[in-house]
Ligand binder design. Structure first.
Ligand code: ZN
Length: 198
């Protein structure tokens, strides 16, 4: 993953501030749930220091900020909560909650991270009901596994198993990861695991 510091112009208030931006998402290794292997990569949301407009994209069109948009500068994770209020798609909400839980884990806040992982699972379920994307189901299963919700993880494995198995030749790496994930669930292993182990 490549990053750089550049100036961001807040679309809400016009404030210009420096922030780290992601230039490329490529990473040699990451968790089975997509978690980056380096805490320095997080967070990737922008948080305007003046007006508190937060999100993955805060440049461009002026946003509609709700009246009850509360900014809590005492909470170091508040930008995630604010970005979630403003998020306009399931994809963004899914990713915000994933990133939020990873950030808490990197910061050693295991209990808080678990709660956010639970929120991420609920959000992914809503999203998957509307649009069942196989890659997201894979992440969803790994979130369930890390939450020790093994029975649900197994049920979800069964739903995608025929598709993943049928595509094994076309997507061999994905298939191998899937088999590995299945084994971890069977072993009741809730620890984080990296794709390099597969
Ligand atoms: Zn602003």
């Amino acid at each position: 993953m490549k990053t750089a510091v550049r100036n961001i112009t807040c679309a809400n208030c016009g404030k210009v501030f420096e922030a780290r931006v992601k230039l490329s998402s490529f990473s040699r290794d990451f968790g089975l749930d997509g978690k980056p292997d380096n805490p320095g990569f997080l967070p990737f949301i922008f948080d305007c220091p003046d007006c508190g407009y937060a999100g993955y994209k805060i440049e461009g069109a002026k946003p509609v900020i709700p009246e009850d948009y509360v900014i809590d500068r005492n909470n170091p994770y508040d930008a995630y909560e604010r970005a979630l209020i403003l998020a306009d798609s399931d994809d963004v909400k899914n990713h915000l909650l994933m990133e939020y839980s990873w950030k808490l884990e990197f910061d050693g806040k295991a209990e808080e991270a678990k709660k956010v992982r639970e929120r991420a699972v609920s959000q992914m379920e809503l999203s998957l009901m509307k649009r069942p994307i196989i890659e997201l189901i894979f992440v969803y299963i790994d979130f369930l596994r890390q939450l020790e919700r093994f029975d649900e993880a197994e049920a979800a494995v069964d739903t995608i198993s025929p598709v993943v198995t049928a595509d094994a030749d076309k997507k061999p790496r994905f298939y191998k990861r899937f088999i590995y994930l299945q084994k971890l669930i069977k072993d009741r292993d809730a620890a984080p695991h990296m794709i390099s182990e597969v």
